[in-house]
Design a protein around this ligand. Structure first.
Ligand code: ADP
Ligand code: MG
Length: 342
């Protein structure tokens, strides 16, 4: 073989190395965040990942619902009936008001007091826990905290209801992956996946193939289904398999039904695919509350096009467009019920 051919092959190999997939994981938002980047040099990928890791730390600090943060400061001001400014929270507040109304109030980040009494303002969910009394739940539901109580004028935030306590846990990670993907694009990355504990957003492709995403089975660590994504899409799951409380053998989900103040029952996991991570995350929480009765109506109202639900018996419900996209392992195909089109 001629020397020139050798050099050519070597260059190909080197460029292959430089443009392989780069993956890194770090811990933030109380969960493991994984980033995969394809098609840029190792140095560029690692700089981009460091930038995203720092951004995530900042968001985690700004939006923290129970440790001293701009959000807990705002909550204190609301409880004291004061007007407050918190620029880092304005986009979350505006989006929350929108999703609150679209979901008929099933997505309601104003119910922080209920989330707290159910023991979810804690990093350690295996610690001692006693469910709140029915009286306490009735009292907090009667306060009727709503995102409509929040008023924004310029950068001034106020609430007409002191019972409002904000907690953005239901869509903070979905919104964070939107912001992170936007940042990756600015940094020249065109092909990537960011997965913040089941809240995933992808752009571009993995070489000449679409990204293949595994959706977790709510019963454990197995994969329930796979879905191919390319372009810009978020695949976001809510479920009671990771964050829950247990008391006397009963499991309490971390998703609370704002209408009765109790943990949502009936669905083990809900997966939504949408371009916007914030929408997919807010919708996956709202649809968990909506349950088998109402998910279809709420999904339509929120403008969501792809939904998959798993009930407590492991039966899978999908809309026809989602049915066309998800692939189940041939040896572990669940019972699947296809709904009317959305
Ligand atoms: P995950 O954090 O596992 O992705 P979700 O996106 O469903 O799950 O968010 C659940 C979190 O949202 C809860 O831990 C709580 O902080 C908050 N939350 C619970 N119920 C509601 C609700 N009905 N509306 C808005 N936020 C909620
Ligand atoms: Mg959610």
């Amino acid at each position: 073989m001629q020397t020139r051919t050798y050099i050519f092959i070597l260059l190909l190999l080197l460029s292959g190395c430089n443009h392989q997939i780069h993956q890194q994981q770090f811990y933030v938002f109380g969960t493991l965040v994984g980033i995969s980047i394809w098609g840029v040099s190792e140095q560029k990928a690692s700089e981009a990942i460091n930038t995203i890791a720092k951004d995530f730390q900042t968001m985690h600090h700004n939006w923290h619902a129970w440790q001293e943060s701009p959000l807990t400061d705002l909550n204190q001001a609301i409880a004291a009936g004061q007007v407050w400014t918190a620029p880092s929270l304005l986009p979350l507040l505006k989006k929350s008001k929108h999703f609150y109304n679209q979901s008929d109030g099933l997505f309601n980040p104003a119910i922080g007091q209920l989330i707290n009494v159910w023991g979810f303002h804690s990093d350690d969910l295996s610690s001692d826990f006693i469910p709140p009394s029915p009286e306490k739940i009735t009292e907090l539901v009667a306060l009727a905290p709503s995102m409509d109580d929040i008023h924004i004028e310029g950068d001034q935030i106020s609430s007409t209801n002191r019972g409002v306590q904000l907690d953005f846990g239901a869509f903070a990670k979905g919104y964070a992956v939107d912001l992170a993907i936007e940042k990756l694009r600015q940094l020249g990355v065109q092909n990537a996946i960011i997965n913040a504990g089941g809240n995933l957003k992808a752009i571009g492709k993995k070489g000449d193939k679409p990204w293949l995403i595994g959706i977790r089975h709510p019963n454990g660590t197995e994969v329930l289904a796979a879905v191919a994504v390319s372009g810009e899409e978020s695949v976001i799951s809510s479920g009671n398999y990771e964050r829950f409380r247990e008391y006397e053998g009963v499991r309490y989900s971390h998703i609370i039904d704002p209408s009765n103040g109790k943990p949502a029952q009936g669905l083990s996991s809900v997966t939504v695919i949408a371009r916007s991570g914030a929408l997919a995350d807010a919708a996956s929480t709202a649809l968990t509350v909506a349950g088998l009765q109402d998910w279809h109506r709420i999904a339509r109202q929120m403008g969501v096009k792809y939904v998959m639900l798993v009930d407590e018996k492991g039966i899978v419900y999908v809309n026809p467009a989602m049915a066309k996209r998800v692939q189940f392992p041939a040896d572990k195909k669940p019972q699947i019920i296809v709904s009317q089109p959305l």
